[in-house]
Ligand binder design. Structure first.
Ligand SMILES: Nc1nc2c(ncn2[C@@H]2O[C@H](COP(=O)(O)OP(=O)(O)O)[C@@H](O)[C@H]2O)c(=O)[nH]1
Ligand SMILES: [Mg+2]
Length: 410
């Protein structure tokens, strides 16, 4: 799914700006020779950009997770973000909801329903489940009567509820060993069993995933469908903060980052009149550092983000990629690096980039944005970041596949 940019204020502005009617309107489109008008126009655009950045900074996505202890809830949270943010293999004894946050996505490991402490009659109200955006119902075996009750109630409330069968890797290995079943046969059997188990409810799909081998099976589809279930800006936020396990997901991320680069550059174009959320000292370098951080985080290239991936990156190729990611952060995530890059891009290919943006943003804004070093360096960050992220993704996928094959033969 494409990131839904339709609902954002900036798109409304663009659409207004680019409709034939507004192109002719003297109020909306200042005469090129009118410098004051042009400046006002850019300030107006910059304000829209700043508002949009702020909205994105503030929006949160609440994702509720249920499932018995040991079903792999914590592992799955880590797989969704491709980082180690939740402790795996610890049995929660508190029986209270546990939050872990990644970017602006909050995952809440919910206590089991239908216990003495959390009777099902008051569960939804006491845990304020109405405030959540999406739910993942996780199992590594069968669902209980209480799970079914919860699924029905949440669905009645209009909440997106995705049913996830984790540890599919083990199921495939066992079914192969015990019965000689193919992965496809195992898929059919498990799906049928869970659907019977959940009857009379009929979820559209059962996601068969492995938190351990996230590049295989349905995890990428699950992430796409969570994204699709979320409204406008929350969908973008989820895309930004979750992992990419497919080339399609990487290009969706790129599309979003390219839009965001325009917002960052647009804000910078107002000459410091409008502050960007999260940036104290205004200036191209500060804007770029903030944007670089976003690119690196979204592509999972920061040092702490690589930790979870290490086990899949032990080959020579993998190690080279770790080094490449380190080089990326060294050149884009330091003031010094950014300064060098900005200097290098000065006077380069400015006209060509501006030309590309004019049809989207109009001549006045297009020239300012496309002509700025900030924009050019930003484009470079996105394209280099995506290349490394794709290579890492491919290497991890190769390595995960190998691992699953080894598991089957041992
Ligand atoms: N093979 C396999 N093991 C998994 C998978 N997901 C979780 N595990 C393992 O199952 C155990 C419990 O996982 P954890 O995430 O702590 O479960 P939680 O109690 O539901 O949070 C850990 O040893 C995990 O490594 C999976 O998809 N495949
Ligand atoms: Mg856990």
């Amino acid at each position: 799914m494409k990131p839904d940019l339709k609902n954002s204020r900036i798109m409304t502005w663009w659409n207004r700006r680019n409709s034939p009617k507004s192109d002719d309107s003297p109020d909306e489109s200042p005469d090129k020779s009118d410098e004051a008008g042009k400046k006002g126009f850019i300030t107006d655009f910059a304000r829209q950009c700043a508002e949009n950045l702020e909205e994105f900074e503030e929006v949160e996505v609440k994702c509720g997770i249920t499932g018995p202890s040991g079903s792999g809830k914590s592992s799955l949270i880590n797989a969704i973000v491709n980082e180690r943010i939740a402790d795996v293999g610890v049995t929660e004894t508190t029986n209270e909801p546990q939050d872990v946050r990644h970017g602006n996505v909050i995952f809440t490991d919910l206590p089991g329903i239908g216990t003495a402490k959390w009777p099902r009659e008051t569960y939804i109200e006491r845990l304020n489940l109405a405030s959540y955006d999406v739910f993942l119902l996780i199992t590594s075996g069968r669902f209980t009567e209480n799970d079914l009750f919860l699924y029905q109630k949440l669905t009645e409330m209009g909440k997106p509820c995705l049913v996830v069968r984790n540890k599919f890797d083990i199921a495939v290995t066992n079914a192969d060993f015990d019965h000689g079943h193919t992965e496809e046969q195992t898929r059919e059997i498990i799906t049928r069993n869970i659907l019977e188990n959940l009857a009379p409810s009929r979820p559209e799909r059962i996601y068969l995933v492995s938190a351990r081998l996230p590049h295989l099976y349905d995890l990428d589809d699950l992430l796409s469908d969570i994204q699709e279930a979320l409204p406008g800006i929350k969908s973008q936020r989820f895309l930004m903060d979750s992992a990419a396990y497919s080339a399609k997901k990487l290009s969706e991320k790129r599309e979003l980052l390219e839009k965001r680069l325009i917002w960052f550059t647009g804000t910078a174009a107002a000459n410091g009149a409008i502050p960007i959320p999260g940036i104290d000292v205004f200036g191209d370098v500060a804007v770029m550092l903030k944007f670089a951080d976003e690119v690196a985080s979204s592509y999972g290239l920061k040092e702490d983000q690589l930790g979870r991936k290490q086990r899949f990156l032990t080959s020579n190729t993998g190690q080279t990629l770790v080094t490449k990611a380190a080089q990326f952060t060294a050149s884009f995530l330091t003031k010094q690096g950014i300064k060098v890059l900005l200097k290098k891009t000065a006077n380069k290919t400015v006209a060509r980039q501006a030309g590309k943006l004019v049809p989207i943003l109009g001549p006045a804004v297009g020239a300012v944005i496309g002509g700025s070093g900030t924009y050019l360096v930003g484009r470079q960050m996105i394209s280099e970041g995506e290349t490394i992220a794709r290579e890492i993704m491919e290497e991890m996928s190769r390595s995960a596949t190998l691992e699953s094959l080894t598991e089957k033969t041992t």
